[in-house]
Design a protein around this ligand. Structure first.
Ligand SMILES: Nc1nc2c(ncn2[C@@H]2O[C@H](COP(=O)(O)OP(=O)(O)OP(=O)(O)O)[C@@H](O)[C@H]2O)c(=O)[nH]1
Ligand SMILES: [Mg+2]
Length: 372
């Protein structure tokens, strides 16, 4: 485990705070100290006193190359250098933290390239600031002796970004071609989307007979997986996607364009929701998730919500109440909602009904022949 000091905005409480810890842990860090702060202004996160507090709690980490100060926020270049200079420990922000997790799970060449691209884009403003500081002789020795090395590094980054973009474009074209082939083979597409750890891959595996990795940590899946399945003589392709999280940084939205593209082009959205969570957490995650979908242009496609992990809700009337709540919430913001179906991807309960609903919608037949 790598050691870390976590700087967390005071405004983050409850599930957002738990999510912060979950992400930090998933990335392989042990939190050795927490500093709470209230941003001074939009461009400045830390007051002088707060910087000193961070430096003091990071004192024991100075000789540890792997240790990080994790600022769970957007860290602007100037603020980055203030923190690193004051504390003498490398700092990362929320975006880089998420990218570190993505990197841990990235299997495909495309996923790896996307992560490298997002990292480079994220670092670019930092290196620009380093050039500025080096020119002012305020930052001797950063990334090599003086400004020249920094300049060269900057140029390298820019050309690497261009190369990665070209290669990703080629890979995307190939993916598009494969998608068109599947379509011309007559396969409608169902994209499984939903919040991180809701059980998307478990459901994908159940539906497709695959054995893709699942796990309690965030972002087990970082590149889309496709598999053709058959129900009652109807064949369709199911696509597993990257988990949504709240406030997805724009670099990542772009970097993961390809996986979201699968959702944007699907015929039907299967939205997986973890109904075993506390009501306000569930509500928050549902509205965040639907909002992200809206931002990538998914608004009117038919959608079925799989209310997953029903095996963890022992009280049937409690489950019914939550299902009604989910239905009311989702249909008020998402006009294409076609039903909320309780399932357990783990035990298989409810999957028959879910499949039946999916095939009815995909066939476009009016009125459901499904029981229940
Ligand atoms: N009890 C219970 N656990 C489940 C169910 N479905 C999934 N899980 C568990 O929930 C955790 C997350 O499952 P995944 O399938 O990896 O979730 P995911 O949505 O694909 O997660 P990411 O790929 O990380 O976004 C795992 O520990 C699963 O075993 C379910 O129906 N009931
Ligand atoms: Mg997954």
């Amino acid at each position: 485990m790598k050691r870390a000091i976590l700087a967390l905005p005071r405004s983050m409480e409850g599930w957002e705070e738990r999510e912060a810890y979950a992400l930090v842990e998933t990335a392989g860090y042990r939190v050795e100290g927490v500093v709470r702060y209230r941003p001074v202004s939009r461009s400045r996160l830390f007051s002088r006193a707060k910087l000193e507090e961070i430096a003091a709690s990071a004192r024991g980490l100075r000789d540890d190359e792997e240790a990080r100060i994790i600022v769970y926020d957007e860290l602007k270049p100037r603020e980055y250098f203030r923190v690193v200079r004051e504390a003498g420990v490398e700092a990362i922000d929320r975006t880089l933290l998420i990218l570190e997790i993505f990197a841990l799970h990235a299997g495909s060449r495309e996923a790896k390239l996307q992560i490298e691209l997002a990292r480079l884009r994220h670092r670019l403003p930092l290196v620009k600031e380093a050039i500025r500081l080096a020119k002012m002789r305020e930052l001797p020795g950063f990334l090599g002796p003086g400004g020249y090395a920094v300049d060269a590094y900057y140029r390298y980054m820019v050309s690497r970004i261009a190369r990665i973009r070209r290669e990703l474009q080629r890979l995307r074209e190939r993916r598009g071609l494969e998608r068109r082939k599947r379509r011309s083979a007559g396969l409608p597409h169902v994209a499984i989307v939903g919040y991180a750890s809701a059980g998307k891959t478990t459901l994908f595996n159940m539906l497709s007979g695959e054995a893709k990795p699942v796990g309690p940590e965030y972002f087990t899946t970082v590149s889309p997986k496709v598999k053709a399945v058959g129900v009652d003589g109807l064949r369709f392709a199911v696509v597993d996607t990257v988990g949504l999280i709240s406030r997805i940084p724009p670099e990542i939205i772009e970097a993961f364009h390809s996986t979201l593209e699968e959702a944007a082009e699907a015929d039907l959205i299967l939205y997986v929701l973890d109904v075993s969570e506390e009501e306000h957490v569930l509500a928050e995650k549902l509205s965040e998730g639907l909002d992200t979908l809206r931002r990538i242009g998914v608004i009117d496609k038919p959608m079925v919500i799989a209310a997953n992990k029903m095996d963890l809700v022992s009280d049937r009337s409690e489950l019914d109440r939550v299902l009604r709540l989910v239905e009311a919430m989702a249909s008020s913001v998402y006009p294409g909602l076609q039903g909320v179906i309780p399932v357990s991807a783990a035990t298989g309960e409810g999957l028959g009904r879910l499949l039946c609903r999916l095939s009815t919608l995909l066939r476009g037949t009016a009125g459901s022949t499904c029981s229940g």
